[in-house]
Write a protein that binds this ligand. Structure first.
Ligand code: SAM
Length: 241
C-alpha cells in the first residue's frame, strides 16, 4: 500500500482549488487514497465582525496587505491538524513572484517526501513580511510575471507534484521520459490515423526497429530542445530544496 500524501491549502478562495483538485488525475488520486487534500478558508480566521483579512500598508503606497494575525492563526491551526500526517511537520510554501522559480526537479523532490505540503495563497499586494520572518516558509515562484493570487500557482505546483506520486499515473515510468527529465524535451508523439491532412507519420515509427525508433526520437527531441531552450543543455541548474 502506497503512503498517502497530505496536501493542505490556506486560501481566501478554497473552492477554486477544490474544483481543480477534485477533477481528473488529482481527483482520482484522492479517490484511490494516494493523496488527501485539506482546506482552510483564511476568512474564518479574519478579525472583527467583518472577518477582515487585509489592511492598509504602513508607510503608504497603493493596495492592501494581508494582515499577519489571520495568517498566523490559520498556519498554527493547519500545521496542528496536519501534524499526525507525516514523519515531520509540513513543508510550508508561499507561492510568490519573489521566490525561486519552481521546476520539475523540485516537483520530484516534493513527490518523494513523506511530508505534508502546506500552501499559503496570497492576495492583494501580498502578506505582512513578519509572517515570512516568523515561520520557516519557502517562497516559490511560477515564473517572471505577477498574478493576482496564489491559487493558480498553488494548483500548478500541486498538479506537477501529485502526478509524480507513485501509483497516481497508470504508467509511472512514463514520467521518466517527459520534458525536463534529464534536461531534455519529450519526443513528438503520433497516433492514428497514419495520414492526417496529407501529413504522414514518420515511417521509422512504423518500422518495428526499436533501436532506430529510439535514435530518431532522441535526435528530434534534442534538436527542438537546442533550438527552443538551449539553456537546458548540460548540467541542470542545482537548486536546493
Ligand atoms: N506585490 C507583490 C509583488 O510585486 O511582489 C505581488 C502580489 S500578487 C498581486 C498577489 C499574490 O499572488 C502574491 O502574494 C502571491 O501569492 C501570488 N503570486 C503572484 N504572482 C506570482 C508568481 N509569479 N508566482 C507565485 N505566486 C504569485
Amino acid at each position: 500500500m502506497e503512503h498517502c500524501r497530505h496536501i493542505g491549502v490556506i486560501s481566501l478562495f478554497p473552492d477554486m482549488l477544490r474544483t481543480i483538485f477534485e477533477t481528473s488525475i488529482l481527483g482520482r488520486a484522492e479517490s484511490k487514497g494516494l493523496v488527501r487534500f485539506h482546506y482552510w478558508n483564511l476568512r474564518d480566521f479574519g478579525t472583527g465582525s467583518y472577518h477582515s483579512v487585509d489592511d492598509y500598508p504602513f508607510g503608504g503606497g497603493g493596495g492592501m496587505i494581508m494582515k499577519p494575525e489571520p495568517i498566523s492563526e490559520a498556519l498554527d491551526r493547519s500545521m496542528n491538524d496536519l501534524a499526525g500526517h507525516g514523519k515531520i511537520g509540513p513543508r510550508l510554501i508561499y507561492p510568490s513572484p519573489q521566490g525561486r522559480v519552481f521546476h520539475q526537479k523540485i516537483a520530484r523532490t516534493w513527490a518523494d517526501e513523506e511530508r505534508p505540503l502546506l500552501f499559503l495563497c496570497g492576495h492583494y499586494e501580498g502578506i505582512d513580511q513578519r509572517i515570512l520572518d516568523c515561520y520557516a516558509i519557502e517562497e516559490w515562484s511560477m515564473g517572471d510575471y505577477v498574478l493576482s493570487g496564489g491559487e493558480l500557482p498553488c494548483a500548478s505546483m500541486v498538479d506537477a507534484v501529485v502526478r509524480l506520486v507513485p501509483g497516481v499515473l497508470s504508467n509511472d515510468s512514463a514520467t521518466m521520459n517527459e520534458t525536463f527529465e534529464n534536461s531534455r524535451f519529450d519526443y513528438p508523439q503520433y497516433t492514428r490515423p497514419r495520414v492526417f491532412r496529407g501529413h504522414e507519420v514518420p515511417p521509422v515509427l512504423l518500422s518495428g526497429d526499436h533501436e532506430a525508433i529510439r535514435r530518431y526520437r532522441e535526435d528530434v527531441s534534442r534538436r527542438k530542445q537546442q533550438s527552443v531552450r538551449p539553456d537546458l543543455s548540460g548540467n541542470p541548474t542545482e537548486v536546493s530544496c
